[in-house]
Design a protein. Structure first.
Length: 441
């Protein structure tokens, strides 16, 4: 007889029955099977363990993905999956690996294997989205503060924690499908535009031949070489401009301002910076400082001029032949990339999954990007809600569902603790998980 623990009005006992708190992960498993993930994984070129006693790379990656979907943001948190016999049986792993085996997998990566594996993963995913033929790309970078002595962690621009070592990764997002299209880890002292030409080529190769209808980027990418490369490739763009002293003078002399609304005015100028071989179109926006959170910057060269003191300025360079206000509105959609980065940090360990070796860290974060992309595909193809729920919200909605295997021997029949009134809805999600991937706009 098992020992009983007595509480105030209740008792607690023990059971050997296999029970999980994450029965909703079965929906992810159904989606992965329909996407033929394991068949595709064989083409990714993951480094396999050197020992015959090692765990297959596909299992280690699946364990890492599932751990992230269950809320892991540290490698050690992956133990929650190893100790969950229902999930182990659901995915058909003979024996679950401890988290250190997952870390050993990532340590086998170098620069070339990272490039090869990431390329195959992204091309596989975007090839599944055959109906998505034309995309909007958003380029961005972010600062990830590091604690300890990780390779590549260096002091650079770090607005949140001045003077702290950090990494400065580059990211590309597909706006229509809310997916990561590329991820490169970089040292913390790298400028935003460092290696951006190579990053552009890599990103385009990931898209499985899809056309880029528009590329948007912030002022960190206001670089002549980058803009020229986009023009040579005939990729339309909107890139925020740096308010350098020469550009400030050009804005100060601008005329033709017209009011969009009270406190927001626009104009446009033709501008050729030093070193440019061509004149480019710039849309200039100024917003009254009476608006408490007016974006933009002051024209510091003319700080004493009362004409400009009440305004904050911004400028966009573009190849689009659209009215200035439409260019501005299109660019404002790039703000969603900032939301994606916040989500990657909050729920997918962008600032937490790090190792001493630089390429191991990039490999781990590349799989975290895959976890994010599959989750994004899940919420659009399976949930089909216009509300883009975060992963932590999905936990409460559908993933944190009690589950246990049916007691009849020889059957793989998973029983989920879903209230009767929600079972029809859950069955609909199951049907969606078995259908073709799609996205909501």
């Amino acid at each position: 007889m098992s020992r009983m623990l007595h509480g105030d009005g209740f008792t607690v006992g023990f059971s050997s029955k296999e029970v999980t708190a994450w029965g909703g992960i079965a929906l992810f498993k159904q989606m992965l099977d329909h996407l033929q993930f394991r068949d595709a994984f064989a083409l990714f070129g993951m480094p396999e363990p050197a020992s015959n006693r090692g765990y297959p790379a596909v299992q280690l990656v699946e364990q890492f993905l599932v751990a992230i979907w269950c809320g892991a943001c540290r490698f050690a948190h992956a133990e929650m999956v190893r100790l969950d016999n229902v999930l182990v049986r659901l995915f058909g792993w003979p024996c679950a690996a401890e988290f250190k085996a997952i870390m050993r997998l990532f340590r086998r990566f170098d620069m070339l294997s990272n490039e090869r594996v990431q390329g195959q993963m992204y091309r596989w995913l975007f090839d599944k989205l055959s109906a998505l033929t034309r995309v909007t790309l958003d380029f961005d970078s972010t600062v990830v503060t590091r604690n300890g002595s990780q390779e590549g962690a260096a002091r650079g621009y770090n607005p949140g924690r001045h003077g702290r070592a950090s990494h400065h990764p580059l990211l590309a997002f597909v706006a229509e499908a809310r997916l990561v299209a590329n991820f490169w880890l970089r040292p913390g002292n790298a400028h935003s535009a460092n290696n951006v030409l190579q990053f552009l080529e890599s990103t385009l190769s990931h898209l499985a031949g899809k056309a880029v209808g528009l590329l948007r980027a912030d002022s960190g990418f206001f670089d002549n070489a980058f803009l020229s490369a986009l023009e040579v490739k005939s990729i339309p763009y909107i890139v925020a401009a740096k308010l350098t002293p020469p550009l400030q003078r050009a804005i100060y002399q601008a005329t033709g301002w017209w009011a969009l609304t009270s406190g927001i005015e626009l104009t446009e100028i033709s501008y050729q910076a030093h070193g440019w071989t061509t004149v480019r179109r710039l849309i200039v926006i100024r917003q009254s400082t009476r608006h408490r959170e007016a974006p933009g910057k002051n024209l510091s060269l003319f700080a004493d001029d009362p004409v400009v003191q009440g305004w904050r300025y911004g400028a966009l360079t573009t190849t689009l032949d659209l009215p200035a206000v439409e260019v501005w509105r299109l660019y404002r959609g790039r703000a969603d990339a900032e939301n994606r980065i916040k989500e990657l940090k909050a729920d997918f360990g962008l600032d937490a999954f790090n190792m001493r070796d630089f390429w191991a860290t990039e490999a781990a974060l590349a799989v975290a990007m895959l976890a994010y992309n599959l989750m994004s595909l899940f919420r659009q193809s399976v949930m089909r809600s216009r509300i883009q729920h975060t992963l932590s919200t999905l936990h409460g909605l559908v993933l944190a569902v009690g589950g246990t295997w049916h007691s009849k021997p020889g059957t793989n029949h998973l029983l989920l603790s879903v209230p009767r009134k929600k079972r029809k809805w859950f069955s609909g999600l199951w049907a969606n998980a078995s259908g073709p991937p799609c996205w909501t706009t």
